[in-house]
Write a protein that binds this ligand. Structure first.
Ligand code: AMP
Ligand code: ZN
Length: 115
């Protein structure tokens, strides 16, 4: 836990958010500024700043985040229409919160390549 980290504070419920999933290793909540009809963030309880800071010890945790995203996509009814899971890594890629999180986006068409 990092005391000044926004997502650590959300995990500790010091800052309210709309939780949609909680388990031993991860939580998920609605993005405050949604970029698609479904926009959830899947966040490990462990404070890892970003993908560059993840190690081999975190391999199962990273896989778990993707599987939680797939479950949530199913629950939200976007599994068949399609969805995107994204880790933004570094400011140049749009990362603004430096506690690793997986975006789950869906419910609308997605362009490729992303901007
Ligand atoms: P990124 O830019 O990839 O680091 O993603 C950070 C995401 O966190 C953005 O999509 C923000 O809209 C979202 N966000 C920022 N503050 C909050 C908050 N208090 N509750 C929920 N989502 C947030
Ligand atoms: Zn944190």
């Amino acid at each position: 836990m990092a005391p000044d980290c926004l997502f650590c504070r959300i995990i500790k419920k010091e800052i309210p958010s709309k939780f949609v999933h909680e388990d031993e290793h991860a939580i998920a909540f609605e993005d405050l500024n949604p970029q698609a009809p479904v926009h959830l963030l899947i966040v490990p309880r462990k404070h890892i700043a970003g993908l560059n800071d993840a190690g081999e010890d975190d391999a199962a945790l990273l896989g778990h985040l993707q599987l939680v995203a797939a479950q949530l996509a199913q629950a939200r009814g976007i599994a068949e229409s399609g969805y995107r899971t994204v880790f933004n890594t570094g400011r140049g890629a749009g990362q603004s919160v430096f506690h690793l999180h997986l975006h789950l986006l869906g419910g609308r068409g997605m362009r490729w390549p992303p901007g």
